[in-house]
Write a protein that binds this ligand. Structure first.
Ligand code: SF4
Length: 65
């Protein structure tokens, strides 16, 4: 299933601005302070890297659908 939406969910924990997600997939993630998901990106084109970034996030705050 193609990824349609990616977002930061701090319901249970916080982004600690570690840089992992941006290092793995700078096309989608940037960290001016806390992580921001770039808008207007075809997320399905970066599916593997988005999933790698999610696995590398130490606080599990990256969500997708
Ligand atoms: S990997 Fe997770 S904790 Fe690290 S900057 Fe990205 S969203 Fe924040």
């Amino acid at each position: 299933m193609a990824i349609k939406k990616v977002w930061l969910d701090e319901t249970d924990d916080e982004c600690i601005s570690c840089g992992n997600c941006e290092a793995i997939c700078p096309e989608v993630f940037e960290i001016p302070e806390k992580m921001v998901v770039k808008a207007g990106v075809d997320y399905s084109a970066f599916e593997a890297k988005i999933k790698d970034a999610i696995e590398s996030c130490p606080t599990n705050v990256i969500k997708f659908e």
